[in-house]
Design a protein around this ligand. Structure first.
Ligand code: NI
Length: 181
């Protein structure tokens, strides 16, 4: 496995619409999935989308936070050609970062619960529900496939801050950050 270079904010690969994965079981896609999983773990991220490693494909990996810490390490969540559908209208604000925007964090509103479908790492169709933090990660990674980065989702530009100001963001969040309707 190989650690991959991560594209950072400003690079055009992050702003394009990614293309469907045609053959999940092909050697190049299988290698990409392994390398992305290793790169995500090495970087301390909870999710990584293919455009972030300069591959404009509709594919992301994420930690299975819904399964708990140990199981999450053992079995990374892989979703190819995803489709998402919100369950209810509830949105919640939470703090997010992105490996492509190093040193920054922001308060981002996301849907609380969603239904996903797509293909797993073996190319088999999968579907399921996610909520809370895991649903947040799935929405963040899906956005990468659409060329959208989290600053485009902010309710207020003052909700983005350097890591050194993380306490300010937490203060904002506890004070009840407004969620746009
Ligand atoms: Ni990201």
């Amino acid at each position: 496995m190989t650690l991959l270079k991560i594209a950072e904010l400003g690079h055009p690969v992050l702003f394009g619409m990614a293309l469907p994965v045609e053959s999940v079981t092909s050697t190049c896609v299988q290698t990409l999935i392994s390398d992305m999983t290793e790169t995500m773990t090495d970087s301390g991220g909870v999710g990584l989308a293919a455009p972030q490693v300069y591959r404009s494909l509709r594919l992301f990996v994420a930690k299975r936070m819904d399964l708990g810490e140990e199981a999450g390490k053992a079995e990374p969540f892989v979703l190819c050609n995803p489709k998402l559908e919100w369950v209810g209208e509830e949105r919640v604000s939470g703090i997010e970062g992105c490996l492509s925007i190093p040193g920054m964090r922001a308060i981002v509103p996301r849907y609380e619960k969603l239904r996903y479908e797509g293909w797993n790492a073996s190319g088999e169709p999968i579907e399921g529900y996610a909520q809370g933090h895991f649903a947040r990660v799935i929405q963040h990674e899906y956005d990468h496939l659409e060329g959208i980065l989290y600053p485009a989702r902010l309710a207020d530009w003052r909700h983005m801050a350097s890591m050194s100001q993380l306490e300010e963001l937490e203060r904002h969040l506890q004070a009840g950050s407004p969620v746009p309707s």
